[in-house]
Design a protein around this ligand. Structure first.
Ligand code: CA
Length: 652
């Protein structure tokens, strides 16, 4: 009944239009007089819509996934069919190689779930799903199976040879000002609002692939690009309202696919950000959920407690656990119930659809511990079943290595949990980096923080699988954390690019952008200067950067290009020495290549007696300073300038 699709709100009315698309009509003002007008309008709309429902024909509004492929490893496909009263029909498919194994009816009459089995010999093509009542065809839907792209270069994942560049598409570059405001999209561009949309898009990323290539990163991770059609705070994309559609203010699905292809042509990889714990309130199913338990329901709005640690905590209460996984992330972010197999399938197929459609190299999954962990393990297994060399990195935001380690594949967890998750983010190291370079040497302060975190690597099945970083879109920018001290920043970058793990840089860190969490998220996510037509500065070019910015950019650029060709810092065994007198020294060794890194966190030069590093210097008589190119002819004593890094390729 169309009647059921009308919802009266304090500030307006939500309803389906004649095409079955969810619309929101907001009343301009609220005062006692307009309240009366609103009531009359509401009753009129109610009458109109219930009359309209008599004329409403059964039809299909939407089928998810919108297409699929032949030649997939797993032959099963579950289609969500959405349309008014579609459950009153019997679907029929007549296509060689496709068997309609099961039709699932749910609580809402406006859905059917079709379980298809696609035999290995099925040919690509378009087939018709006929929805019948008796012998009469009521409506039909054309569905396409494409041929799977078996190019062996696709879906190969990322590893320790990569450096990830995290960017926010709304804040990186506005390559197409014509899409800043789009019909049907609730929030309009407002660059003066730190929490508003600024107009950045896929074209902006594509326009600067050469910049990124020149900087020396290998992999782009963009925060979510899918539609986020909420009236405010929609720019970050973490309240998605269509898992199958790029937000039109960023571009189209085809634009995204083209971006990935163009990146691949330039030798860059692309990681997609996915968010399966929650969607946005304006998802098409918002007031017509397939089943009542599609979202976790609470008597009144209940937030998650955000304590992801309770999931692995052997002493956790059931209450805390339930609040953690079933509480909502925010009022605008309903909590999906992945315990419902239909929800689980919807999300799993969505990931596979994007990996296949766009040719992705990797996935970053948001709020990793928030969905049910058994679902996440199943999700990972399904991805690896189709793409055995693929990588997924989880947002495992914990202060301690042990809780991060719980989520990494093959970890020996006491409760037997196996996540199958190939990569996790090293948040404990992020915290240490943001403090270490500001502090005076001490037993457990200063650089000792770095040593202490890394010395706990025994908890990880494989610490090389950690994504390492100084900051992201949710944390202080590193240059701000380091009180805008360029020398400290260079040490942080030198450390990040040479210790174990897969480094990630947050966009703009290379030009010393600042941002503080205490000033709001918008402060961490400022526009990249030069990304917008008419910007006063264009930091994408050397001419547009200050001398200090060029110093930083060139330093990082040199490090990144050197790292690309230095297997020792990518894959090498790490040996580190306890921090003494504010000096941290470590070595990376791989197939005869050995790199030594020294960090002097003192505000004065220090002459280092190298005797205690003999086991790693044995067999090497000199070395080359990677940044200056100068040769060190003796390794007996090394003079470290104040507050500085030294990276040396050891030579026989
Ligand atoms: Ca734009």
């Amino acid at each position: 009944m169309q009647f059921l699709f009308v919802k009266y709100r304090v500030s307006g009315i939500d309803f389906y239009d004649s095409k079955g698309i969810w619309r929101i009509f907001d009343f301009p003002n609220i005062n006692p007089f307009t309240m009366k007008i609103k009531s009359v309008l509401f009753i009129l709309l109610l009458l109109g819509s219930s009359l309209f429902s008599y004329a409403q024909k059964i039809h299909v509004n939407r089928v998810d996934p919108p297409s699929w492929w032949t030649g997939m490893h797993n032959p099963h496909l579950q289609l969500l069919v959405f349309g008014p009263k579609i459950s009153e029909t019997q679907p029929v498919i007549d296509y060689d190689g496709i068997r309609l194994a099961e039709v699932i009816h749910v609580a809402s009459p406006d859905y059917l779930f079709l379980n298809l089995v696609i035999s290995p010999k099925t040919q690509p093509g378009t087939f018709t799903i006929r929805f019948k009542k008796g012998k009469k065809e009521i409506t039909s839907y054309q569905y396409t199976l494409n041929k799977r792209d078996k190019n062996p270069k696709l879906h190969q994942g990322f590893d320790n040879s990569d450096v990830i560049y995290l960017l926010m598409p709304d804040r990186f570059a506005n390559g197409d000002t014509t899409n800043d405001n789009m019909p049907g999209m609730l929030e309009k561009a407002d660059r003066s609002n730190p929490n508003g949309r600024h107009g950045g898009d896929i074209k902006g990323i594509e326009d600067h692939l050469d910049y990124l290539k020149d900087l020396g990163i290998t992999t782009i991770w963009s925060t979510p690009l899918m539609e986020d059609n909420l009236p405010t705070y929609s720019y970050h994309g973490y309240a998605q309202t269509d898992y199958y559609k790029v937000d039109p203010r960023f571009g189209t699905n085809q634009d995204y696919k083209n971006l990935v292809q163009e990146a691949h042509r330039k030798g860059l990889k692309v990681i997609q950000d996915m968010v399966f714990n929650h969607c946005g309130t304006n998802y098409f199913w918002k007031n017509d959920l397939p089943t009542p338990d599609w979202y976790h329901q609470w008597p009144k709005f209940t937030r998650s407690n955000y304590h992801g640690g309770v999931v692995s905590d052997p002493h956790a209460s059931k209450y805390d656990y339930h609040r953690m996984v079933a509480g909502w992330f925010d009022t605008s972010m309903p909590d999906l119930n992945q315990d419902n197999p239909l929800v689980a399938n919807y999300l799993i197929q969505n990931s596979i659809w994007w990996i296949e459609y766009a040719g992705l190299d990797g996935v970053r999954q948001d709020t990793y511990p928030y969905p049910y962990k058994d679902f996440m393990a199943k999700w990972m297994q399904r991805i690896l079943e189709e793409y055995p060399h693929f990588n997924v990195v989880g947002e495992t935001w914990f202060s301690y290595p042990a809780t991060v380690a719980y989520w990494l594949e093959n970890n020996r967890n006491k409760d037997g949990y196996h996540s199958h998750l190939t990569n996790v983010f090293d948040f404990p190291l992020m915290y240490a980096i943001n403090r270490a370079f500001n502090e005076k040497p001490g037993w457990d302060t200063g650089l000792a923080r770095l040593y202490e975190v890394i010395s706990q690597d025994f908890v990880y099945n494989d610490p090389m699988k950690l994504g390492i970083f100084c900051g992201n879109h949710d944390s202080n920018r590193i240059f701000s954390s380091l009180h805008e001290n360029l020398k400290a920043w260079k040490m942080a970058m030198a450390f990040l690019m040479t210790t174990r793990g897969i480094p990630e840089i947050y966009y703009g860190d290379e030009i010393l952008m600042t941002g503080e969490k205490s000033k709001g998220d918008g402060n961490l996510r400022k526009d990249f200067p030069g990304g917008w037509p008419g910007d006063q500065m264009n930091a994408f070019t050397p001419q547009g950067r200050t001398a200090e910015q060029n110093d930083a950019f060139n330093y990082l650029r040199k490090l990144l290009h050197w790292r690309k060709n230095t297997p020792a810092v990518q894959y090498g065994k790490l040996t580190h020495y306890i921090v003494e007198n504010g000096i941290y020294v470590y070595f990376r060794s791989y197939k005869g290549q050995r790199v030594m890194v020294m960090l002097n966190n003192n505000n004065k030069p220090v002459t280092v007696d190298m005797a205690r590093f003999a086991e790693d210097l044995n067999g090497f008589s000199k070395g080359k300073d990677v940044i200056s190119g100068k040769v060190l002819n003796s390794l007996n004593r090394i003079v470290m300038p104040a507050k500085s890094p030294l990276i040396v390729e050891l030579m026989k």
